[in-house]
Design a protein around this ligand. Structure first.
Ligand SMILES: *[C@@H]1O[C@H](CO)[C@@H](O)[C@H](O)[C@H]1NC(C)=O
Ligand SMILES: *[C@@H]1O[C@H](CO)[C@@H](O)[C@H](O)[C@H]1NC(C)=O
Ligand SMILES: *[C@@H]1O[C@H](CO)[C@@H](O)[C@H](O)[C@H]1NC(C)=O
Length: 203
């Protein structure tokens, strides 16, 4: 009787001990999911918290696929740039707007439209890269960089003292936001290019 319970105890001890070893070694695999993939990829960006937040709704699509991540980063940037462009262009109709403010808003709307154009062709080009045409990565890098420059040019137009406080705050807050998202996308694209072009170049 005593012996039997001892054996049961020993068997139980042996089993649970092995089990705990099992779960420990299984943990890194269990946490290797798309959330952690996005987090670690975003570490290479200038605004990692914003990067993680803006890409998290694409987690299911991204999984742990670098190409999907790069595509999602450009798509997110395009979406934000589009709503920002709409917002800024509507401000041109604001009441009591001064001529210089009107001009700055017009210029910014043109810059943002240029940025949108660069981002939309980048989406198409990245689709071709995903189809294994890695040489087109140069275009994507150039165009997203041009989009970022256009956004910063808009911001320059609002740096003057002549600006009405409310309009200046409204525009700069939104354009800074889209420029940070664009900067993140550029970092992810550059990272993708560095990893994949090197692998595709015959040595
Ligand atoms: C991914 O793993 C982390 C733990 O490392 C967990 O907190 C998170 O909920 C997991 N996410 C998904 C989508 O499974
Ligand atoms: C986690 O995922 C990455 C790719 O996203 C892969 O390279 C790595 O081997 C995976 N690690 C484990 C422990 O499965
Ligand atoms: C990653 O996504 C790309 C683009 O959708 C696809 O062509 C590729 O097969 C995917 N890779 C893996 C390992 O699933």
């Amino acid at each position: 009787m005593r012996n039997t319970s001892l054996y049961i105890f020993l068997a139980f001890f042996y089993f649970t001990n092995n089990l705990s070893i099992f779960t420990e070694s299984a943990q890194p695999i269990a946490s290797n999911n798309s959330t952690n993939f996005i987090k670690s990829s975003c570490r290479s960006t200038r605004y990692p918290t914003l990067c993680i937040k803006s890409l998290s709704s694409y987690a299911t699509k991204i999984q742990q696929n670098e190409t999907q991540l790069a595509q999602a980063a450009i798509q997110v940037t395009f979406n934000v740039a589009q709503s920002t462009t709409t917002f800024v262009s509507k401000l041109a109709k604001a009441k009591g707007i001064k001529p210089r403010e009107f001009q700055a808003i017009k210029d910014c709307t043109n810059n943002m439209a240029g940025s949108l154009n660069q981002l939309s062709r980048s989406i198409v080009e990245m689709g071709r890269v995903a189809g294994q045409d890695l040489m087109r990565m140069d275009n994507v890098q150039t165009w997203i960089s041009t989009a970022l420059t256009a956004e910063n040019t808009c911001l320059d137009g609002f740096s003057g003292d002549f600006m009405n406080g409310n309009i200046k705050v409204a525009v700069t807050r939104r354009v800074i936001y889209v420029s940070q998202i664009t900067s993140n996308a550029l970092a992810l694209i550059n990272r993708y290019a560095a990893r994949h072009k090197a692998a595709a170049t015959p040595s």
